[in-house]
Design a protein around this ligand. Sequence first.
Ligand code: FES
Length: 113
Amino acid sequence: MGSTEYISTVGVSDVPEGEVVRAVVAGKEIAIYNLNGQFYATEGLCTHGHTVLAEGYVEGDLIECRMHGGKFDIRTGKALVAPCTVDLKSYPVKIEGENILVAVPQDSVEPRS
Ligand code: FES
């Protein structure tokens, strides 16, 4: 049985509007985004080639991977542009004061290959 709890990550002011930052939560690489003042979180590694998504580019509601130009919907994690075909997991976010909290399931740590 896994549990999901909100874990404090970075500060609201650490993620400017239209930006993405990298964080590690419960040993997992995640990406945190600010779209017009709304915060979102997804898995932090591209499902195509495990590139860090926070090194990519936010374009509207999409994150573009810097490696091969694949794109995902930031709000849902859905893979939208080739070569990406596997969706990102997206995680619930809540704001407490100045902190961004992200709920990453504790039992979803995938084995590294
Ligand atoms: S590693 Fe991200 S598009 Fe290939």
